[in-house]
Design a binder for this molecule. Sequence first.
Ligand code: NAP
Length: 241
Amino acid sequence: MKLAGKVVIITGGAGGIGKDASVCFANEGAHVVVVDCDPQQVEKVANEVNGFGLTVDVSRRDQVDWMVSEVINRYGKIDVLINNAGITMDATLVKMTQEQWDRVISINQTGVFHCTQAVVPHMIREGSGRIINTSSIVGRMGNFGQTNYAASKAAVIAMTQTWAKELGRKGILVNAVAPGFIVTPMTDKMPESVLQGMKEKIALRRLGQPRDVANVYVFLASDEASYINGAVIPVDGGLSI
Ligand code: NAP
């Protein structure tokens, strides 16, 4: 097992990609902390992976601070933080409301800032840690109807590179994963015609599965990735080339 005894927080850990990640990390021997919004889903997935479930809205700093104190009280350390929670609220630029802009930025961008800033002091104390952020190819390429989402995911790349520079000397590695189109409740919201059009642009001619992304999270958390810092790894079947 690659991650025996490691304490791993996975935000959005009860959702599409996050749920598969919770399972993959548990299979590698990690203590998985499933962090998500819906208490029933949190409990269900935490039980499935024999982990610790916490119902937290990552956009709320008070809840994130509580999450970190709960994890430290239980395990005494945090080895890996996966900033996977994210939402979409799509509209074209002209139609986008202030609420749609604010909500997406508050979760996808500010939520990543909250969790990382709250966790990092504990990693500095240990002299080691891994931060894995979930961006998107949309953060590099833009996407029709996703001003808010694209901006938040570009910010995730910028924060990843900044923190890799700041924290590398403290033994903390910071990387991002940039998924393409993965079959989850998030993409279930997209019209079938759009998904079909996407498939034709993907070199592998298929959408990704949550496990395709979860496997990269596990790799980035493992000893095998100990010289990778500040990278943004596409997991998109060749859509962005
Ligand atoms: P998903 O199935 O919707 O899962 C996201 C999870 O995050 C859900 O369980 C959701 O809870 C939770 N969440 C939402 N807001 C939260 C908050 N404020 N605090 C804590 N948890 C919150 O989406 P996914 O496809 O697995 O996406 C996972 C990550 O991959 C996201 O960052 C997404 O942007 C990124 N991504 C996905 C794709 C894709 O094609 N699927 C592509 C590129 C990047 P609720 O369901 O209760 O809201």
